[in-house]
Ligand binder design. Structure first.
Ligand code: SF4
Ligand code: SF4
Length: 373
C-alpha cells in the first residue's frame, strides 16, 4: 500500500515544468529566509534532473535536504506545486542512488532497528511512568500513544497529559517500551515501507490490548495515523484522535476544572503538522481560560527542526527557531505555547542557547498546570 499517490512520469514532468520561476516561494521559505540559499525553486530544477536519472551534485543533495517540508512555499505558489512532496520524492530517488546523508540514514536505522527516532533506547519510554497501573492495562478504554519526544525528550508532556486524563476520568493505558516510533521521518524521506512496518507494530500491540480508541500526543504521529485512518478503520476498527481535540472536548464539556490563574499573556505556535481546525481548537480552549490574554504571533513560521534540518543544518535550524522566540519576546508574552512535542523541544533548546527570557510550554503542560487541585 502506498501512503502517497505517486505521480506517473508524465504527470510529474508536467508538475515540475509548470513552475513559472516567479520566485514567490522564496519569500516565505524559512530556510531561504535565513540563508538566501536552498530556494524552493531550485528544488524543482533538481527534481527534474533526478527524473532524468542524472546524478545530483553534493550541493544539489544539500539543497534537497535543507527543507523542513513545512509547506509554506506551497501555500504561496500560484501553480499549486506540491514542493514538499517533490522534496520527499527527490529524497527517495537520492536514497535509491545510495546518496542519502549519514544524518538521515542514522535516524531511519534507529526507527527500523530500535523503534525510536532518537539516539536513545526505547526502554526510556518507560521512565516517565509513575503509576504502573497505566502500563499495558488490558481493560483500558483508550490507548495514549506518546511518541518519541513527549515520552523521552520532554516527558513532562506525557506526565501533564496523564494528569489531565486523571482529572477528567479518562480511562487510558500506555504502551511504554512496546510503542515504536510512528516513522514520520521515514515518510519525509519517501520510505513508506518503514512507516507501514512501524504502524503495523503499534497496531499489533494495540490489538493485543483490545482497545479501539487511540489518542496521539504528537501531531506528526497523528498525521501518520490519520493518513492511514480509512485503512485502520476498515481493517482494525481503530479510531484515532489528537490530544489537542481531546483536550478541547474535555474543557468544553467542563470535565477539567480550570483554576483562576494570575494574569498571563500567551502566544500559540502553530506546528506545521496541525490542521487549521486543530489550531482553532487550541485557540478556542485558551480563550476559555480566565485571565489569559492571547496575543497573535506576527509570523507563524516553522520551528526549524523538522525533517532532518536540525541534525544536518544545526546553525540554520537555530536561526529559524529564533525567529519565533524573537517574535514572542518582542510581543512581551509570558508563555509561548507549543502544539507539538518536537517543536517544544526545539524552542526550549534554542531558548537556552540564545538566552531568550520567555517560557516555552506545551499545550498539555499549560492546561495541566491550570487544573484545580
Ligand atoms: S517546504 Fe518549507 S522549508 Fe521546504 S522549501 Fe518549502 S517553505 Fe522551504
Ligand atoms: S512560487 Fe511556484 S511557480 Fe513560482 S517559482 Fe516557486 S514553485 Fe515556481
Amino acid at each position: 500500500m502506498a501512503l502517497i499517490k505517486y505521480y506517473g512520469f508524465m504527470d510529474y514532468y508536467e508538475v515540475l515544468t509548470s513552475c513559472t520561476d516567479c520566485y514567490a516561494c522564496e519569500e516565505v521559505c524559512p530556510v531561504y529566509g535565513v540563508t538566501e540559499l536552498y530556494s524552493p525553486n531550485h528544488k524543482i530544477k533538481i527534481a527534474l534532473k533526478l527524473l532524468n536519472a542524472e546524478i545530483p551534485s553534493n550541493e544539489e543533495i544539500e539543497d534537497i535536504y535543507a527543507c523542513m517540508r513545512c509547506g509554506a512555499c506551497e501555500q504561496r505558489c500560484s501553480q499549486k506545486i506540491q514542493i514538499a512532496e517533490i522534496v520527499r520524492l527527490s529524497r527517495k530517488k537520492i536514497a535509491d542512488m545510495g546518496l542519502m546523508p549519514d544524518t538521515h540514514r542514522k535516524i531511519i536505522e534507529n526507527i527500523q532497528d530500535k523503534g525510536i527516532s532518537l539516539n536513545r533506547e526505547r526502554t526510556e519510554r518507560n521512565n516517565w511512568i509513575e503509576n504502573d497501573n497505566i502500563s499495558l492495562n488490558l481493560n483500558a478504554k483508550y490507548v495514549y500513544l506518546t511518541g518519541c519526544f513527549a515520552s523521552v525528550m520532554n516527558s513532562n508532556i506525557a506526565k501533564s497529559t496523564a494528569k489531565i486524563f486523571d482529572e477528567a476520568n479518562v480511562d487510558f493505558t500506555v504502551l511504554g517500551d512496546k510503542e515504536v516510533c510512528c516513522g514520520v521521518f521515514a515518510l519525509d524521506n519517501g520510505m513508506d515501507e518503514v512507516v507501514i512496518e512501524s504502524v503495523k507494530k503499534n497496531i499489533n500491540v494495540i490489538n493485543s490490548i483490545g482497545s479501539k480508541d487511540v489518542i496521539v500526543a504528537c501531531p506528526a504521529c497523528y498525521k501518520i495515523y490519520a493518513r492511514l485512518y480509512n485503512h485502520l478503520v476498515d481493517r482494525y476498527n481503530i479510531n484515532v484522535k489528537s490530544i489537542i481535540d481531546v483536550i478541547h472536548y474535555l474543557v468544553d464539556e467542563d470535565r477539567i476544572k480550570i483554576k483562576n490563574s494570575s494574569f498571563l499573556t500567551v502566544s500559540i505556535h502553530k506546528s506545521c503538522n496541525i490542521s487549521d481546525d486543530q489550531y482553532n481548537s487550541v485557540i478556542d480552549t485558551i480563550k476559555k481560560i480566565p485571565k489569559v490574554e492571547l496575543v497573535n504571533l506576527k509570523n507563524n513560521v516553522c520551528c526549524g527542526a523538522a525533517s532532518g534540518v536540525r541534525p544536518k543544518f544545526p546553525a540554520i535550524s537555530i536561526e529559524i527557531g529564533s525567529k519565533t522566540l524573537e517574535d514572542a519576546t518582542n510581543l512581551g508574552v509570558d508563555i509561548l505555547i507549543t502544539t507539538c512535542p518536537f517543536c517544544n523541544f526545539q524552542f526550549n533548546d534554542v531558548k537556552k542557547r540564545k538566552k531568550y527570557d520567555i517560557r516555552v510550554a506545551d499545550f498539555t503542560e499549560f492546561i495541566s498546570e491550570l487544573i484545580r487541585s
